[in-house]
Design a protein around this ligand. Structure first.
Ligand SMILES: NC(=O)c1ccc[n+]([C@@H]2O[C@H](COP(=O)([O-])OP(=O)(O)OC[C@H]3O[C@@H](n4cnc5c(N)ncnc54)[C@H](O)[C@@H]3O)[C@@H](O)[C@H]2O)c1
Length: 334
């Protein structure tokens, strides 16, 4: 049995909690939030759970094996530093931190202390993205000619910290990072990066278009949390090869919390053939992600699906995109 403690019991923690409740080898032992009212409501739902309002106290708790960090992004660094101090294994929501420098420092310390840390880059565990990667790895598309991805939504309505780049890093670190991480996972680091976008009055890059150049193709990725009210949470990924292309289109309700009413379609286009709608076995990506982490912990397996090296590379690409946005320059990444 793995005992976990969750810090920050907001939107994403509710997805985690739903997943943990389905897992027989995981127990939610403690929860922490600085909003006592939220804690009191949730306490009734989780048997024998201890509640904390202070981050250091939950991390110190000797009954906990893994700390799950679901706080606003600016607190990830501080939480992980405390986990290192108290030698706790870590599952941290994305982004790892809000800078490449902090991420590198943390990865280094986690490795030196032999702790197990995984970052919640959930697209690596998402049914349709798994199939897309499998089609590319097995050369079902031929030579890649182009990649087009997007992630478009309204500003999250359930918090205010997202509007300030000091706390969220803007849509660049909060939203765009999902697709950038997936491209890095599938194709590795690009040769260079150029990005254009628009920011709010606090300098949060909330509309971003990035172009990642590889040897034979470019990946064009768009991210925005500035869609008009009523616009559904939308994600797309279209990969075009010399023989075939694969396209994923997902539209939820007002935001990702409406995932159950989403429309999702994965299409496979082979040259000179009728389009195929691929059968997808739907499962909860968050449960899949955390089960993977627990399996690696329990069986001392290397976390190859989300290695810390690749998390670092994703942070480096995001850092280059940010520099390109700020300077209008093309940044070399190799
Ligand atoms: N993987 C995904 O699909 C996904 C989706 C959404 C959010 N996220 C990430 O999850 C994290 C949380 O996002 P969210 O949308 O759930 O935010 P949220 O605002 O809904 O929840 C954050 C919670 O942290 C609590 N909190 C704030 N300061 C605290 C402190 N000092 N001590 C203890 N608790 C504190 C808040 O009260 C709140 O309950 C972010 O890093 C975000 O990028 C990931």
């Amino acid at each position: 049995m793995i005992n976990i403690g969750i810090i920050g019991i907001g939107f994403v923690a509710s997805l985690h909690i739903a997943a943990y409740k389905k897992m027989s080898d995981v127990k939610i032992k403690a929860i922490c939030d600085n909003d006592i009212e939220k804690l009191k409501v949730l306490e009734k739902d989780i048997p024998d759970v201890t509640i904390y309002t202070d981050i250091e106290s939950i991390i110190k708790d000797a009954n906990i094996d893994v700390i799950v960090i679901c706080t606003p992004s600016f607190l990830h660094y501080e939480c992980i530093k405390l986990c290192i101090k108290y030698k706790k294994n870590i599952f941290c929501e994305k982004p790892l931190t809000l800078s490449l420098k902090e991420s590198e420092e943390i990865i280094d310390e986690v490795n030196k202390n032999n702790l197990n840390m995984m970052v919640g880059h959930v697209l690596r565990f998402w049914p349709e993205y798994i199939i897309i990667k499998d089609y590319i790895d097995n050369n079902r598309l031929g030579q890649i000619k182009g990649v087009y991805g997007s992630r478009l939504c309204q500003m999250p309505s359930w918090n205010i910290w997202n509007t300030d780049p000091k706390y969220s890093g803007g849509a660049l670190y909060d939203l765009h990072i999902h697709d950038i991480d997936f491209i890095n996972y599938v194709f590795g680091k690009p040769r260079d990066v150029v990005a254009r976008g628009c920011h709010n009055e606090k300098y949060a890059w909330n509309n971003v278009s990035s172009m990642l150049t590889y040897d034979n193709f470019c990946a064009n990725i768009e991210g925005s949390n500035q869609m008009s009210s009523g616009y559904p949470f939308t994600m797309t990924m279209h990969i075009v090869g010399t023989d075939a292309s694969i396209e994923y289109i997902f539209k939820a309700g007002a935001n990702l919390e409406d995932i159950n009413s989403s429309k999702r379609e994965l299409l496979f286009y082979i040259n000179d053939n009728p389009v195929q709608k691929l059968d997808v076995e739907y499962f909860d990506a968050y449960e899949n992600e955390f089960s993977y982490y627990i399996d690696c912990l329990q069986n001392s397996k290397k976390m190859e699906m989300v290695s810390l090296e690749s998390v670092r590379d994703t942070m480096e690409i995001i850092d280059s995109i940010e520099k390109s946005l700020n300077t209008f320059r093309v940044l070399r990444t190799l």
